[in-house]
Design a protein around this ligand. Structure first.
Ligand code: NAD
Length: 285
């Protein structure tokens, strides 16, 4: 089944939103990239340019020509009504803050056409947490991408009990059409498949460092040598980004909230946001 989805809008062009928007454009979809103000759009444009250069270096078949064509298929805007006016699919990738997402879906519900499917890239929220704000339960589900989408190309598709199975199937096909391997969840599960495995692992790595038990390099080395895995937890934290780490941990139990405070004091407040800012657990030149 080829996808009937054509016009794609990505809301929020930070770490993940920019990757999703660029990947969809690279796979020939016209993409509208929406963010809240001009500074955010300037940052998004920089992300798109860096992604294009990165694809040329790291993605088989990518060259100056087809990555430039992808950039040309991206329209950046701060006008929400215009961004969704003809959208078949809105992929929401705004910060992981429940109230902000609820408020955003409420706005979207009023202005998006009835045909538009809404998909959240939320890492920790279930479709059920947001569905009442969408105004279209049958056309709402989660579509969860992994960081470094061109390399880690899973797209986890998770509906809620009222998601229309046809909409679900349509989104699975769309995920395939943009080069993802769709992972179909049969029911809601916090953390999907990937984060059900990954988050406890990343938390354990951070606890070892925060508790002063071992340095990031030794934590990672142990994991790589001991299991043959290509990366340890601190390396992965740097790729995920400390802000997302903070948001995840600050919603957890007491121990996780302590880790969130530690992360804020020692990394976020010092501008060490991970790979993106040039320093996290490691320094990048
Ligand atoms: P980020 O902080 O890098 O980017 C968020 C973007 O949203 C920013 O550009 C911000 O300006 C914009 N924004 C803020 N308020 C907005 C609003 N009201 N409307 C539209 N845009 C708004 O965050 P991120 O790491 O890209 O995470 C975004 C979402 O993706 C979260 O739900 C997160 O759980 C999920 N996610 C993140 C990762 C990851 O590795 N970082 C992986 C998978 C899923």
């Amino acid at each position: 089944m080829a996808t009937e989805i054509r016009n794609v809008t990505v809301m929020g062009c930070g770490v993940l939103g920019a990757q999703i928007a660029f990947q969809a454009a690279y796979k020939r979809f016209p993409v509208t990239a929406y963010d809240i103000n001009n500074d955010a759009l300037v940052a998004a444009r920089g992300r798109f340019e860096r992604l294009a250069a990165n694809y040329v270096k790291n993605v088989d078949g990518a060259d100056e020509h087809n990555t430039r064509a992808a950039l040309d298929r991206l329209t950046l805007t701060t006008d929400l009504a215009a961004a969704v006016a003809d959208a078949d699919l809105v992929i929401e990738a705004i910060p992981e803050i429940l109230a902000l997402k609820q408020e955003t879906y409420q706005k979207l519900a009023d202005i998006a056409p009835a045909k538009t499917i809404f998909a959240s890239n939320s890492s920790t929220l279930l479709p059920s947490d947001l569905v009442t704000y969408t105004g279209r339960p049958d056309r709402f589900l989660n579509l969860h991408f992994a960081n470094m989408i061109w390399l880690h190309n899973t797209a986890e598709v998770m509906g809620h009990p009222d998601t229309d199975p046809k909409v679900y199937a349509e989104v699975v096909e769309f995920a395939r059409a943009i080069g993802m391997v769709p992972i179909e969840l049969h029911k809601e599960k916090a953390g999907y498949v990937l984060n059900s495995l990954l988050v406890p692992f990343l938390r354990a790595g951070m606890e070892l460092v925060a508790g002063g038990y071992a340095d990031p390099g030794d934590v990672d080395n142990t994991w790589r040598i001991g299991t043959g895995a290509p990366a340890g937890p601190c390396q992965i934290w740097d790729v995920v980004g400390m802000r997302t780490g903070y948001n995840i941990m600050s919603h957890g139990d007491e121990e996780e909230r302590k880790l969130a405070a530690w992360l804020k004091e020692n990394y976020i407040d010092k501008g060490k946001l991970g790979l993106e800012s040039g320093e996290g657990f490691y320094k990048y030149v």
